[in-house]
Design a protein around this ligand. Structure first.
Ligand code: ADP
Ligand code: MG
Length: 693
């Protein structure tokens, strides 16, 4: 149960006075649905309103707060002319200027003959001083209240600065004093304020320097977030480690036969990974290992051999993929290999239904089926295994920690192998998985050609079309990728559909379309037509990003490449260059490029080393600038910046490790405070499940 002290922070934003459905929705989109989300919405600027000159001395473009007397209202003579309210102080005149003004409103807030205080930016216009749309208008007594340094918050459509600032201030005001969860020596060394004071200070920046990520208040909050993350992961890990494991050491017969049917020799990196995994499985503890490798580095084969190790002991193994397409593809790769050595195997996704599904479930529950491949359908309640010993989770950072655990729960002392094709940097690995053992596939299988990568503006489209024609004449198949993000999904989909139509007029009916809103069966059909060569060009949104494998595809065109993150571009490029054919990747960008976008595209042109690209990705990551960081499934941090606070992540990891060693039940006073921390950052699932299970 969430500690009572946190209740006020988890109240809905919509419950605040003055928040109607419209503003409530906008706030939810921007920050989140609850007050605590507003606390995490930190200012990204300051406005200094302390300057209060006489009107005659007010410099052009300055932000000023001044007391004035209102002389008269000048109504606009036409719709294009603004409404003016003429005022003065003892030294000169000031015009307050309003566009699209409502007369009754202005007459109420700025009555003629009365004194008012206004704050905003002034401009000299001809010989007059004017202030367009004052930020604040108040009574004379409010002068001192207006003269302060005001935080500026990131905004969203449908939400203006004032109501947002008011809501955030309200949330900050309701923040309770919380018990200190940080180590006191560490606190003293960093000279950090307590939690509540840190929240207050972070929302009351006094100057530009207080916005710095290393400012004590901000740094403390970032550390809290990282500690919650690391502690939750450490608790999960500890819980798994504390369980009795089992030794899975088969006789090697199936693995030997499988290697014979492969038709190629494993790379040195694959051999090393296979050996590390086999050693973990043979050890008495539960394995939790991450298999990291670029697209095409051969992870599937490594996973298959690990699964066979389990089957050799009479147990079962399961592989869970994040999407239907991927699950089917893994099945298509592995099933022939399994069949060749007589290992029974089945596929389970949301689409296996009725009698077929019943037969699959019976095979798994009875033990007749040794290997299962599927989507999250695998961890539904109805699914039981006779003896699951190994869970392989592909691209698991798309699954929550809970889902990972749910599959492992279907067996006794299940070993876990997590595969990811996103070669994420060390710091990110830590935030996604905590302290996990890692095997990395650094090299690619022999015979791969590097992908020729070009970056060009979209207005050179006719050149691109020419290249594509030549490629198609030579038998190439082409991915054409369009970005789709949640925030502008409808527009993006329309753009993709439009591109599909445009390419159809150029290339006839050998152009297909694949996007996330299509039905599963239609997606498969589009994919299958592309794989079979019935179509030459597949216009796709990022659903093809993860692991899809069509060996004949040798060209990938990415439209609006500037909107993609480096890791995603790298993944997309990895879709080609798998076969014999020379491959190329065309990164098309629209409009002028930001410096970061240009840097990202340059990295793509210069290297295809996934690990290097991942480090650059993190370094270049502008806050919120990237497309699809949300979709990436990596944990999102509101306060910590993974590039800037990398050092803190390591401290948090060590801190969490010590806490779990000394006080795994969080029973000490510091432990109780840490429990509050976990609830505050909603990493409490581990606490709850740890107690019940
Ligand atoms: P990943 O899952 O890491 O993207 P896969 O395991 O799907 O990569 O391997 C990509 C392709 O390379 C597959 O067709 C696979 O059969 C092949 N492959 C894997 N390992 C080797 C190897 N050592 N030598 C040659 N081909 C390999
Ligand atoms: Mg694969």
């Amino acid at each position: 149960m969430r500690p009572e002290i946190l209740f006020p922070l988890f109240a809905e934003t919509r419950s605040l006075p003055g928040v109607g459905p419209r503003i409530g929705k906008a706030i939810e989109r921007l920050a989140g649905p609850r007050l605590v989300d507003l606390l995490w919405h930190l200012p990204n600027g300051v406005i200094d309103r302390r300057f209060s000159p006489q009107i005659a001395n007010a410099p052009d473009k300055a932000i000023v707060t001044v007391a004035v007397e209102i002389d008269r209202h000048v109504l606009p003579s036409s719709r294009r002319v603004p409404y003016r309210v003429v005022c003065h102080d003892g030294t000169g005149a000031l015009d307050l200027v309003f566009f699209n003004a409502r007369r009754e409103y202005l007459e109420t807030v700025l009555p003629v003959g009365e004194r008012r205080v206004v704050s905003g930016r002034v401009e000299r216009w001809r010989d007059r001083l004017q202030m367009t749309h004052p930020d604040h208008i108040g009574r004379p007594g409010e002068l001192d209240a207006f003269k302060r340094v005001e935080p500026v918050y990131p905004l969203t459509a449908g939400l203006t600065a004032k109501p947002l600032a008011r809501m955030v201030a309200e949330a900050v005001g309701r923040a309770p004093e919380l018990p200190e969860w940080n180590d006191s020596a560490w606190m003293a060394r960093k000279s950090w304020p307590g939690w509540r004071e840190a929240v207050r200070l972070a929302h009351a920046p006094q100057d530009q320097a207080s916005l710095d990520p290393y400012h004590p208040a901000r740094e403390r909050l970032a550390y809290d977030e990282l500690l919650a993350n690391q502690l939750a992961l450490a608790l999960v890990r500890r819980r798994r480690r504390a369980r009795p494991g089992r030794r899975i050491a088969g006789d090697g017969v199936l693995r030997r036969r499988a290697r014979e049917t492969l038709g190629f020799a494993l790379t040195a990196a694959q051999e090393a990974a296979v050996a590390e995994i086999a050693a973990d499985m043979a050890a008495p503890e539960c394995m939790i290992r991450l298999l990291q490798g670029d697209v095409g580095s051969g992870k599937t084969v490594v996973a298959f051999l690990a699964m066979l190790a389990a089957v050799e002991t009479g147990a079962q193994a399961a592989l869970m993929a994040p999407t239907e397409v991927l699950a089917r593809q893994h099945f298509a790769t592995i099933e022939p290999l399994a069949r060749a050595i007589d290992v029974p195997m089945s596929l389970l996704t949301g689409r296996e239904r009725g009698g077929n599904r019943g037969r699959i479930l019976a095979g798994l529950a009875g033990g007749a089926t040794a290997l299962a491949i599927g989507t999250h359908a695998l961890q539904q309640n109805a699914v039981a295994f006779a003896d699951l010993a190994l869970a392989v989770i592909d691209e698991q950072h798309r699954f929550g920690v809970d889902q990972r655990v749910a599959l492992a729960e279907k067996g006794r002392a299940v070993d876990m192998l997590v595969m990811t094709a996103t070669p994420i940097p060390r710091t990110l690995t830590m935030t996604a998985y905590g302290d996990i053992d890692v095997s990395r596939l650094h090299e690619k299988p022999p015979g791969r050609h590097p992908v020729d990568t070009r970056v060009l503006p979209v207005d050179r489209l006719s050149e691109v079309i020419g290249r594509l024609r030549r490629a198609i004449d030579g038998g190439a198949r082409i991915y054409w990728v369009c970005p789709v993000v949640e925030e502008s999904e409808t527009l993006d989909l329309a753009a993709a559909t439009e591109r599909h139509a445009a390419l159809e007029t150029l290339f006839g009916d050998r152009v297909g379309l694949l996007h996330g809103r299509m039905k599963g069966a239609d997606k498969d059909a589009a994919m299958a037509r592309f794989a079979d060569g019935e179509i030459d060009i597949l216009v796709a949104t990022t659903v093809i990003e993860v692991g899809v494998d069509v060996a004949e595809a040798s060209v990938v065109v990415v439209e609006h490449a500037e909107r993609f993150g480096l890791a995603q571009l790298h993944q997309l490029r990895g879709r080609v260059g798998r076969g014999e054919r020379a491959s190329f990747c065309l990164l098309l960008y629209g409009g002028p490029l930001t410096e970061t976008a240009r840097a990202r595209l340059n990295v793509m042109r210069e290297t295809d080393d996934g690990f290097l690209i991942a480090e650059e990705d993190l370094r270049l990551r502008g806050s919120g600038e990237l497309l699809g960081t949300r979709q990436s499934g990596l944990p999102e941090f509101r306060l910590a910046d993974l590039a800037l606070h990398a050092g803190l992540i390591e401290v948090a990891r060590d801190d969490a490790r010590l806490i779990v060693e000394r006080d795994a039940d969080l029973a000490t006073p510091r432990g109780a405070a840490l429990r509050t921390l976990l609830y505050l950052f909603e990493r409490d699932a581990v606490v709850r499940t740890a107690r019940s299970g």
